[in-house]
Design a protein around this ligand. Structure first.
Ligand code: NAD
Length: 293
């Protein structure tokens, strides 16, 4: 970390640095192999937030010198059609990463769709084999938001060993994989969720507090231990007279006594996309030297 005594953790800047590193590695690999990593992004339906996410992923993929293929499918797409597309992309040697933007429409079962992706192309890290590999400490493609969260923490704190990390939220895409990554960093990990009792007290015991809930400003200032590092993963859209604004799961204005906190937007969000690109580069590298992976 630079000598930033800044209270805010600048996810935008750290993500920009990561993307710059990825771009230079892509360029070096292109010189050697004549190929670039390819990422296929599949969007089913018209969810406005998903469209924005997919557009950002596409733009940043291209900006780092990779190939981006976008597939926009209608809301009525059947599971069989979606799986057939994925199977075609599994066989395509110019595609190294496949991402299906969630949520999917009701007629498709997300788990079956995700598990149809070839495990070595599962750059979101949601395939059951990647989840199992992460849980058992084997090399795997790791979900992007948890990976970005740990990068932000290490950038700020260096060694995380022995710190008490409280993760609020236990979803398969954020809370659970994050708790496993933090265990691998030798943190003492507590996972809290909607059934936890005394959530404020649990949070007050955290050196590292991560909120991944989806409830605007659930975590109040007096739930935060002085000097804790707080990562706010939540993205909540609030509409008021001034239009739509994004807020996190933490009441940031009450968190002045935290050592550092991520803003929403501009904290974890940019890291999520940068880590997707990093996973795509990793999948490409492994495709070049499968025996070494
Ligand atoms: P989810 O709905 O799948 O899981 C929410 C979790 O919060 C659950 O485990 C639930 O038990 C817990 N929870 C709900 N209410 C609670 C309460 N009152 N007290 C304690 N725990 C409670 O959500 P998710 O997919 O894990 O996403 C969580 C948030 O993170 C959302 O706001 C989402 O938009 C955001 N998110 C951000 C990024 C990013 O890139 N920044 C990526 C993924 C998700």
């Amino acid at each position: 970390m630079d000598a930033v005594s800044d209270h805010h953790i600048d996810g935008k800047q750290i993500a920009a640095q990561l993307r710059a590193n990825i771009a230079s590695e892509v360029s070096e690999l292109k010189d050697v192999t004549g190929e670039v990593p390819g990422l296929a992004i599949i969007l089913v339906g018209d969810d406005p937030a998903s469209r924005v996410y997919v557009a950002n992923k596409h733009r940043q993929t291209v900006e780092t010198g990779m190939k981006s293929l976008e597939f926009r499918l209608s809301e009525q797409t059947t599971q069989a059609e979606l799986v057939a597309l994925i199977e075609r992309l599994n066989e395509d040697h110019s595609v190294h990463g496949i991402l299906v933007q969630l949520p999917l429409p009701a007629q498709t079962e997300a788990e079956a769709v995700i598990n149809a992706i070839a495990v070595e192309k599962d750059v979101d890290g949601f395939h059951v084999l990647n989840a199992g590999r992460l849980a058992t400490g084997l090399a795997s493609l790791v979900p992007c938001t948890p990976l970005g969260t740990v990068m932000l923490l290490k950038d700020r704190l260096g060694d995380l060993s022995g710190l008490h990390a409280v993760v609020v939220g236990r979803s398969n895409i954020v809370g659970k994989p994050l708790s496993q990554l933090l265990l691998a960093e030798n943190c003492t990990v507590t996972v809290a969720h909607s059934h936890s009792r005394n959530l404020p007290d649990i949070c007050r015991s955290a050196d590292i507090l991560v909120a991944a809930v989806g409830r605007p400003e659930l975590i109040r200032g007096d739930w935060i231990k002085p000097g804790a590092v707080v990562i706010d993963v939540g993205i909540n859209r609030l509409s008021d007279r001034d239009g739509v604004r994004l807020v996190g799961d933490v009441a940031t204005s009450e968190a002045g006594h935290a050592a550092a906190i991520t803003p929403v937007p501009g904290g974890v969000g940019p890291m999520t996309i940068a880590c997707l690109l990093s996973n795509t580069l990793q999948a490409f590298r492994r495709s070049l030297a499968p025996a070494a992976s």
